[in-house]
Ligand binder design. Structure first.
Ligand code: GLY
Length: 264
């Protein structure tokens, strides 16, 4: 029996280490791109490559996700993560505690009927799939508040967006930013994947990721769509975006202050 693997497409990956981070945090982003690229080269799916890239960044204590997730006002470390695919799947967790790699939990929701789990329910689900319950140290760093992201396209043309964050330092327990929210922190359709980074409340109000995808479907220029996304915010609001389109249509990032990297 043969399996239809769809059209042959050129693999590509783009990652970012968060708006508000500088060049010194570039190594973790480069390592993430390399890990994802290695997966793609060995024939793994875009989902597995995106997870591999995010795991590297969640384990990097200088980046705001997983181990380096920012500490909440009550001292807790509550993390968010999400994935969306160009074939219409979405999985997210928000405010999950005792979980070093929340992307592993979000990924398991891609093929469930439930899209998103929060707090205790997310952690209970993590227990049910064998993701270790472990205290996360977190980071009190007051700046460089934001999120890691990866967008991957594999040889079948599948595009996957994945993001993970500890949110913003000092926000109350239970606060949800843009990162796990479909359309706001991430979007993926058959034309393009978009991931956001920055102040979650502002990004959510603008529904930035889906609107950048819409812009791209009108203008067909990835950099124009991304710059338009940034232009929707006042200059004192920290935001950034990465995007990866279907084969032949390119890859881009806006807000060059954030560390980002790509391989195609
Ligand atoms: N952009 C991540 C957050 O605000 O939570």
């Amino acid at each position: 029996m043969t399996r239809d693997v769809g059209p042959i497409s050129s693999p590509a990956i783009v990652c970012h280490g968060g708006a508000g981070h500088g060049a010194k945090d570039q190594p973790g982003v480069d390592a993430a791109v390399e890990a994802g690229w290695e997966k793609l080269q060995s024939g793994s799916s875009a989902i597995d490559a995106a997870i591999a890239a995010i795991l590297i960044m969640e384990d990097d204590p200088v980046l705001n996700a997983g181990t380096g997730g920012r500490i909440r006002a009550d001292g807790s470390v509550q993390l968010d993560a999400a994935l969306m695919t160009s074939d219409g799947r979405y999985g997210a967790v928000t405010c999950i505690e005792y979980t070093k790699n929340p992307i592993l939990v979000a990924a398991k929701l891609l093929d469930k009927k439930i899209n998103m789990l929060a707090g205790r329910g997310a952690r209970d689900f993590a227990d049910s799939i064998g993701v270790p319950r472990i205290a996360v140290k977190g980071s009190e760093k007051p700046s460089g508040n934001d999120t890691v992201g990866a967008i991957v396209r594999d040889s079948t043309g599948l595009i996957v967006v994945a993001s993970s964050t500890g949110g913003c330092t000092g926000r109350p327990a239970g606060r949800v930013g843009d990162t796990p929210l479909i359309g706001a922190g991430l979007w993926c359709d058959e034309n393009i994947g978009v991931a956001a980074t920055g102040i979650g409340e502002a990004i959510t109000l603008k529904m930035s990721s889906i609107r950048i995808a819409d812009k791209f479907s009108n203008c067909n220029e990835i950099q124009v769509a991304l710059e338009w996304g940034v232009s929707q915010f006042k200059s004192d609001i920290e935001v950034g975006f990465i995007a990866l389109a279907k084969d032949g249509e390119g890859v881009g990032a806006a807000n060059t202050a954030m560390p980002w990297s790509t391989m195609t």
